[in-house]
Design a protein around this ligand. Sequence first.
Ligand SMILES: Cc1cc2nc3c(=O)[nH]c(=O)nc-3n(C[C@H](O)[C@H](O)[C@H](O)COP(=O)(O)OP(=O)(O)OC[C@H]3O[C@@H](n4cnc5c(N)ncnc54)[C@H](O)[C@@H]3O)c2cc1C
Length: 464
Amino acid sequence: MDYETQVSNMTDYDVIVAGAGTGGSTTAYTLAKRGLSVLLVDRKDRDMIGHKTCGDALGNHHIEELRALVGLPDVPREVVEHDVNGIDLIAPDRVHRLRMQGPTTKGMSFNRHKMGQWFVDLAEGAGAEVLAATRVKRLLFEDGQVAGVRLSTGGSDRDVTAKVVVDATGAAAVLRRQLPESSPVERVIAKEDQMVAWRDIYETPDYEFETPDILEIYWDQEQTLGGYTWVFPQGPHRVNVGVGVMTLPGHRNPKDIMKEYVAPNWDFMRTERVVIDSSGGVAPLRRPLDTMVDNNFVLVGDAACQVNPVHGGGIGSSLLGGALAGTVIADAIEAGDTSIAALWPYNPQYMERYGAKQAALDVFRWFLLNVTNEDINFAFARGVIKASDLLDTSMTGTMKIGRGEKFRRLVSGIGNIPLLRRVKRIADLMERIRAVYAEYPDSPAGLDEWKTRLVPIYEAAKQT
Ligand SMILES: Cc1cc2nc3c(=O)[nH]c(=O)nc-3n(C[C@H](O)[C@H](O)[C@H](O)COP(=O)(O)OP(=O)(O)OC[C@H]3O[C@@H](n4cnc5c(N)ncnc54)[C@H](O)[C@@H]3O)c2cc1C
């Protein structure tokens, strides 16, 4: 018997992927295309996979990146509700707005359920076995190492083994929480690093959205601290509207904010509405987990904290995480070594493509938490912030506004020097954290020392 046959006979599957969301389905798709045996498990019924609380918006550049990485096909037209051509950011005074428009704001407003079905179909079409209506209950260990999962279908349990288990169960991170204390993976995410949201989808027969290709984000620190209200049209008479807030001590319930703030203050909310969907959700908003792998174990998507910490978009980065993880896992299995060292390359690859930017935006998030409505109105009205600066910051995680000649001009031309000084401080911290990420360790041995370099930067960011 050759070694490969011997290895594949030792476990039920090469890989078990827990959670068939966008992250898990992309991981399974990538692995199955490489010819590995994959079990993709989801607790939802097969025809309900993809149905979840979301703003339903995605930039086309994410799909293009996935096409280059793993040959993802184009999103089918029937999944798309409307094309997106720009994003308006609106100040608390609701008078000043910045329109962000460019190649990276081209995208789609889509039907989340159909999108999810498309992704799981892709994984299945590539050869992954999809097991729906089945809950992943717990991680199984052999000699202290991850060896499989316990599944529960209709009340009956069974154990399934694999060389690698992937936790892609979303913000619930069901398996991550069960890792032993000795694992280098963080098991619990701080409350201050999470967002809670409420979102409704309506048909508005009597109200017409004049620019359905422009998404609107309303900023108001008094109503939605650390978050925002979004109004994302999905056509002239259809809209996805929601509010998100950080789960800081004493935070408000987003459903109440919808009732007390959104309902009376937006024109379309005062017309007849047909409710298509209405639900709440949570998302981690922070840098990615410092390591997203352990022996025989990998995290993808929200379970790995791969969400953009400023705008909360996480589909694109979960696709990226799934493609990179799938490729590294396939390499590791083919080489017959699924230790943390063999799976490690997933970490630096993700950090380089998206994680460093996420960390810089996480630093920026602390600055945003500490600005007042007055600061924001001032910045919008006086042109301290330009749409191109914001777009640049959100795409790259760098903030040129606080640097060099541009900053000196702003300081001499505008009052509110304390605010401008804070902008400069945060821009410097964003640069510092990017520099730390540029030196992300190339093996698990360097992780602890590397993590100590993050601490002073976050402490300083929280004080800005
Ligand atoms: C209110 C809100 C609005 C958002 N808006 C946007 C947006 O407009 N654009 C964007 O890009 N991102 C948005 N996001 C973020 C985005 O939804 C997520 O980042 C993305 O869906 C992550 O995908 P995932 O595969 O990691 O997790 P999920 O899509 O959550 O998938 C996890 C899957 O795991 C399954 N599962 C969970 N537990 C178990 C278990 N024990 N056993 C088996 N299966 C299990 C679930 O059923 C689910 O199918 C939003 C998030 C929220 C909360």
